[in-house]
Design a protein around this ligand. Structure first.
Ligand code: SF4
Ligand code: SF4
Length: 508
């Protein structure tokens, strides 16, 4: 334990390379002629277009609505004309294309009429969550999970603590750092709204000790806000991956989130400072999420820094804005060197999850040829989730997926610490991602097979029921017929008996 803090196992102290991108204030990316907006920039179901080619749109206008429970809306980042709704390449490790809406901007940047909420305390938590969903807000730390869902603890849970994850532990990335330095008040606005929606008793903002300017700025802003008396700024040691949700919870509270459980299961909800800022803008200013701060850095970037960029802006224009010397075809990374993924095309657009574009890495990754595992155990010592990466590697490689589950594969946060320390340079995380994808595919196939079996069984049951009902109807018809025949026979018999009676009467 460090002071009133705890530690997580493993982890690494890495060269930060953050100064490179924190030497100048947040810049504003100029408006580009085309904005390409993937319908899915979040975890969950893609948004559904509500505009057509040829439509004029205003800045902030909803152009695709959320579909299903886990989804958020998408908005026009600037005014212009919709010129295409079609598949286009999107930034994703798969390199595949996905449906996108293209806007040709008109240069006027005209806003739609905004509807801010002046006193959010007059709203219910449900109304605030709905606003946040309609504003298209997702976790801006890089994962892109719809934020309104994480602001609803549900009837079975209570949010004891809102934990704002300002650790930003991955090398090179500094967008949260700069946002905290420059927009501390805006972040606190969002935190107040989140606390109100969650009915949380406590809020902790955790920042790594390599960000003294951000710590000072947030503490100063907090000191002027008596309405946030339940909030504290906590300084945590710089160690990768402190920004992992489970790792940060362990450092701040000493509690561990159990396997297959969520932070809310132990009364904690985590959000990113950028997300809090977006919530404040959406509720208090009526602005949907149409831009974000992106770190553009690396050895090939002559003017590294943090740039507020509209979604849909071509990455090549952003790189040009930062005077990047990238050779044609040379890969670059979206995200950081540990958890990011390579992109090959710079025609791709900036999306909600693009926290960093990294062109040229100094000393973090190595791409040398992998050698056999020598069972040194270094990967296990570095693992912050207390896993056995070498075992997971063997079982992933041999496709023994049941075994990978036994060894808690899904607790792996893909932090890359094991890759980094492995003397044999085995791409362990690639194996783990492969195994997770295979398991999820198998589960989907099982679910499909179960659904098909259930449908088949319910069809058989329906046919049997219909046959039974048919037989019952036939039986009833036969019975009715027999009853009617019997009644007729009785009538006939009675009719035959009548003349005899008359004769008898006559005789009498
Ligand atoms: S660090 Fe690499 S070589 Fe060592 S046990 Fe792990 S996988 Fe094997
Ligand atoms: S990538 Fe997974 S297995 Fe490797 S160190 Fe990180 S959590 Fe552990």
């Amino acid at each position: 334990m460090t002071g009133s803090l705890w530690q997580f196992p493993g982890g690494l102290v890495l060269p930060g390379h953050k100064k490179r991108s924190t030497q100048r204030p947040i810049q504003k990316m100029p408006l580009t002629k085309l904005l390409v907006l993937p319908l899915q920039q979040h975890i969950g179901t893609a948004a559904v277009p509500i505009v057509e080619v040829g439509d004029s749109v205003l800045k902030g206008q909803c152009i695709a609505r959320a579909e299903g429970h886990v989804s958020v809306s998408l908005h026009a980042p600037s005014s212009g004309i919709i010129t295409a709704i079609e598949e286009q390449p999107v930034p994703h490790p798969s390199g595949l294309s996905a449906p996108c809406i293209t806007i040709e901007t008109d240069g006027e940047d005209r806003w739609i009429e905004r509807e801010p909420i002046t006193n959010f305390r007059d709203c219910s938590a449900h109304e605030l969550r709905q606003r946040i969903r309609d504003a298209g807000i997702v976790g801006l730390g890089g994962a892109g999970f719809p934020s309104f869902i994480k602001l609803n603890p549900g009837i079975h849970h209570t949010a004891e603590m809102l934990l704002i994850n300002g650790a930003e532990c991955e090398p090179y990335i500094s967008c949260d750092d700069m946002l905290m330095r420059e927009r501390a008040d805006g972040i606190l606005d969002g935190i107040e709204i989140m606390l109100f929606a969650l009915h949380a008793k406590r809020c902790v903002l955790a920042i790594e000790d390599n960000k003294p300017e951000a710590i000072a700025a947030m503490r100063l802003a907090l000191s002027k806000r008596p309405s946030l008396s339940q909030m504290t700024v906590v300084v945590v040691p710089t160690r990768y991956p402190t920004g992992g949700e489970k790792q940060l919870i362990q450092i701040v509270t000493g509690k561990q989130v159990p396997t297959n459980k969520l932070p809310i299961d132990i009364g904690i909800i985590c959000h990113n400072p950028g997300t809090a800022y977006a919530v404040g803008r959406a509720i208090l200013h009526g602005e949907p999420l149409i831009s974000r701060v992106v770190t553009v850095t690396g050895t090939h970037v002559a003017q590294p820094g943090n740039v507020e960029t509209l979604f849909g802006t071509p990455i090549k224009d952003l790189l040009a804005f930062c005077e990047t010397q990238r050779q044609s075809g040379e890969p670059f990374i979206q995200g950081g060197p540990m958890m990011g993924y390579s992109l090959t095309g710079d025609e791709l657009p900036v999306t909600k999850t693009a926290n960093c574009i990294l062109v040229g890495i100094e000393d973090v990754a190595s791409s040398s040829q992998p050698l056999p595992c020598i069972r040194c155990g270094d990967c296990a010592a570095a693992c912050p989730a207390s896993l056995l990466p070498q075992q997971l590697y063997w079982y992933s490689r041999s496709k023994e997926f049941d075994k990978t589950r036994e060894y808690n594969l899904f607790d792996c946060i893909e932090c890359g610490c094991c890759d980094y320390v492995c003397p044999s340079k085995i791409p362990l995380v690639s194996y783990f991602r492969f195994a997770k994808t295979e398991i999820m595919n198998q589960e989907r196939e099982h679910q499909k097979a179960d659904l098909a079996r259930e449908r088949h069984e319910s069809r058989l049951a329906r046919l049997a029921r219909e046959q039974q009902e048919k037989e019952e109807r036939q039986r009833q018809r036969k019975a009715a017929l027999a009853a009617s025949k019997a009644a007729q026979a009785k009538q006939d018999k009675a009719a035959q008996a009548e003349p005899n009676d008359s004769i008898a009467e006559e005789k009498a």
